[in-house]
Design a protein around this ligand. Structure first.
Ligand code: G3I
Length: 337
């Protein structure tokens, strides 16, 4: 069979991809996955809302389908995720009478959720994103003012790691976040990670999501971030890599009347250069023992979450494979070394 990313990077790190069970039903996507990748992350199906929609109801089917596929094809699995402010079911924060649960009660529910999910896939999932995106977007704030935080204060973070570690002591446990290479956010993430390490919380690693663009991050920002987090004794992975052809922005839903979504030669050239630079850094950091994995967020430009975020209906082209599942010029940059 033709070589893929997983073969070129065999002596560096596993190369993963985020998937839905639907992609695993499509022969073209299955062929590309098996040729290129050796690790899977469920894009949505292990999140608390999808997998645990009601206090007494579990929706294991889609997550099981992904894990079964991985087992059948000898792929690793990264679990994503155990505690987040999005895709979290409302029931978890409420008493039966609709009032807000106490901190003790919420931590008990968090424990029971994490215990059930992690034990179910013990030995089949090697790494978990335990807490996702707990840092605030506002640079002047520290932790995000989520329902978790409002009810528990910052304790939910350390507790989530302890619960996950108790459920599977051999799983590699991650804190995962975005925009971690921006100096101000890097400092806030570092502060959180340092607190956890100082308190002997069982955290092993940090995930840089890697939702990057044609201009962000710079090579220096990327190296600095990886090395600063690794200085705490943590491993680093890039967990959700894509390179948007548009600048990062948050929460603009509507397309502007004059807005084009053409994938210009200039965008393609800049994107190839970004990918080439990123993977050079990844190889160096892997050789230095700091970087242990890279996962793409979606398979090909056929489908990306960025096609509907932030702007609905503006086509993006953030991945290494095109809409017909063929390698793009950026792919050849990444495997040429
Ligand atoms: O499944 C429902 C469907 O039943 C419903 O009819 C439809 C209508 O909106 O929504 C469907 O759910 C959508 C879900 O994806 C599955 O397709 C949600 O609306 C949509 O919000 C959700 O988006 C996901 C997003 O996380 C949620 O915040 C994206 O697919 C997923 O790629 C994205 O992934 C996140 C990572 O988990 C964390 N880091 C950032 C990353 C990108 O946002």
């Amino acid at each position: 069979a033709e070589k893929g990313l997983k073969d070129y990077y065999k002596s560096y790190f596993p190369v993963g991809v985020a998937v839905s069970p639907r992609a695993l039903q499509n022969p073209a996507e299955v062929a590309l996955i098996l040729q290129q990748f050796n690790s899977l992350t469920p894009e949505n199906d292990m999140k608390m809302g999808p997998i645990h929609p009601d206090s007494t109801r579990w929706n294991w089917g889609p997550a099981d389908a992904i894990v079964d596929f991985a087992q059948a094809h000898h792929l690793k699995v990264r679990g994503h995720n155990l505690c987040w402010h999005e895709q979290t079911p409302r029931w978890i924060f409420k008493n039966p009478d609709g009032s807000q649960v106490s901190k003790a009660h919420l931590l008990k529910r968090l424990h029971d959720h994490i215990d059930a999910v992690v034990k179910r896939y013990k030995g089949k999932i090697y790494a978990w994103d335990v807490v996702n995106e707990a840092i605030a977007d506002n640079p002047n704030e520290f932790l995000r003012n989520s329902d978790w935080y409002k009810i528990c204060g910052e304790d939910f973070i350390a507790e989530a790691f302890r619960y996950a570690h108790a459920a599977d002591p051999s799983a590699v446990l991650f804190y995962n976040d975005y925009n971690t290479e921006r100096p101000e956010k890097m400092e806030r993430v570092y502060k959180l990670l340092k607190k956890l390490k100082d308190a002997k919380v069982p955290i092993d690693a940090v995930g840089l999501q890697g939702h990057w663009s044609l201009v962000e991050p710079t090579e220096q920002e990327l190296r600095t971030t990886i090395e600063r987090f690794a200085s705490l004794g943590l491993k680093v992975q890039v967990t959700e890599l894509d390179v948007s052809v548009y600048p990062w922005e948050k929460d603009r839903r509507a397309k502007r009347p004059d807005e084009s979504d053409a994938y210009t030669p200039d965008m393609q050239a800049k994107q190839s250069a970004q990918y080439a630079m990123f993977f050079k850094v990844f190889r160096d950091e892997a050789k230095a023992g700091r970087l242990t994995g890279v996962t793409f967020w979606n398979i090909s430009d056929h489908y990306s979450w960025l096609d509907t975020y932030p702007v609905v209906g503006r086509k993006n082209h953030p991945l290494l494979f095109d809409e017909n599942f063929k390698p793009k010029p950026a792919y050849y940059e990444v495997v040429k070394f």
